[in-house]
Design a protein around this ligand. Structure first.
Ligand code: AMP
Length: 430
């Protein structure tokens, strides 16, 4: 299947070709004709599947076809985070560069006045996070009565983040007759209820089950003591000569501390999380994309939907509490046929989080001990960990039982990897 066969106009095809895409992704091949036909669509697809182009291209064509010049927005895209909204806005501009449609992005955390100016001058496509959109609606700086197409992007995330009431409030401001597109990586009951309410006889499209991205990514677990994690990470980055990596921590504070430590170790790093100003987040992201910042440390929410081309390494500095987040995290690497590596630094107290992750993946993640960071180190740290937290959590015996099994424990150094001397543990008894 070629882009030329999807019914898209030449000006959009040129923009697509300029991006270097020749073959539509599965969601694009299915969604573009359906949307051009005026159908409602329920798209089961996560970031990385090409879902943005799957809705942006046909929407641009429909709006261009209609050619009306009202000041009111005619297409509304709602997205859960500022970063995702900004990315959708960028794609609208990129794919629509040969058309004369106007698009703008509004989200919180930045001044509202420039947004008001843009809205006043008139836009065709409005990309927004729910809160700021309602601010504009509340103060009468946006008129949603001309919306012909509504898109909810990453709808499951919006519900997870508690935006359901905001979404319902926005729906009340829209005309009844409109085309609706809903994209979600998961089908919870709540998503089904929303889809039932919103969509009219939708075309259902499901691509790439949520763990297929994960299947393309090389994954490894390095057992390590809690306090030795940052030392190990710095070593992996330096020895492996990592070009760039996105590193996940569980907390904002942890992200800051780690970025500071890496900087002190001579590795250019930045942290991105919800406590940072929007300006600081945008700057960190663009410096990372430009290669000025080598390591971006992020929390799950801040990294949601980030689109970073060429991301060879993703690191779970802390394992996420929710298995699905692991899949989301590692889906940032190994995109579009590139190889990717997901590295998890797992302390003894985190071992219990691995099982649900492996269940979701449907396979086990290889375990590899890096010399100098063996379990005895972890055992010591585990005691520190227990003292420090003043809680009964974590077992003092610690021990990464899987890595020691089968007699291939510490000491053997038959296998070395590019990032340093390491040996792989036995997989047989797991
Ligand atoms: P998305 O799922 O919309 O976040 O897109 C994921 C990435 O895939 C983006 O970096 C797009 O630039 C890229 N992409 C989208 N469509 C295609 C395509 N047909 N061929 C190659 N890459 C694509």
């Amino acid at each position: 299947m070629l882009f030329e066969e999807l019914g898209l106009m030449p000006r959009l095809l040129r923009a697509v070709a300029d991006q270097g895409y020749s073959i539509p992704t599965p969601i694009q091949a299915q969604a573009i004709p359906a949307i051009l036909d005026g159908r409602d669509v329920m798209g089961g697809a996560q970031t990385g599947t090409g879902k943005t182009a799957a809705f942006a291209l046909p929407v641009l064509q429909i709006l261009n076809r209609a050619g009306n010049r009202s000041r009111r927005p005619r297409c509304l895209v709602m997205a859960p985070t500022r970063e995702l909204a900004a990315q959708v806005g960028d794609f609208m501009a990129t794919y629509g560069k040969n058309l004369t449609l106007r698009s703008t992005v509004v989200f919180g955390g930045v001044g509202i006045n420039p947004q008001i100016d843009k809205l006043r001058r008139g836009v065709d496509i409005l990309v927004a996070t729910p809160g700021r959109l309602l601010d504009h609606a509340g103060q009468g700086t946006v008129d949603l009565s001309g919306i012909e197409i509504l898109i909810l992007d990453e709808a499951d995330r919006m519900l997870d983040m508690g935006f359901i009431h905001d979404i319902k409030r926005v729906l009340k401001l829209l005309p009844n007759k409109r085309q609706n597109l809903l994209f979600s990586a998961t089908y919870s009951d709540e998503i089904k209820r929303l889809a039932d309410k919103l969509l009219n006889n939708p075309t259902m499209i499901e691509v790439a089950r949520r763990n297929t991205a994960a299947e393309k990514v090389d994954q490894v677990v390095h057992p390590v003591g809690l306090k030795a994690k940052r030392v190990l990470l710095a070593q992996l980055i330096k020895d492996g000569d990592w070009e760039r990596a996105l590193v996940f921590t569980r907390t904002k504070h942890g992200a800051n501390r780690l970025a500071t430590y890496l900087e002190k170790s001579g590795i250019v790093a930045a942290a991105i999380h919800g406590n940072k100003s929007q300006t600081a987040r945008t700057r960190a992201l663009s410096e990372f994309k430009a290669g000025k910042v080598r390591i971006l440390v992020a929390t799950d929410i801040a990294a949601r939907g980030l689109d970073i081309d060429k991301l060879p390494h993703v690191v779970n500095f802390d394992l996420p509490n929710v298995a699905e987040d692991y899949v989301h995290r590692i889906g940032r690497t190994g995109r579009a046929g590139r190889s990717g590596m997901a590295v998890s630094l797992v302390s003894a107290d985190e071992q219990k989080l691995l099982r649900p992750i492996e269940r979701l993946l449907g396979r086990q993640i290889p375990v590899e001990i890096i010399d100098g960071f063996e379990q005895n180190q972890a055992d010591k740290d585990e005691e520190t960990f227990v003292d420090f937290r003043r809680s009964g959590r974590g077992s003092k015996s610690g021990g990464f039982s899987r890595s020691r099994s089968g007699g291939a424990g510490r000491g053997s150094s038959d296998k070395s990897r590019s990032q340093g001397s390491a040996h792989r543990s036995s997989q047989t008894s797991r």
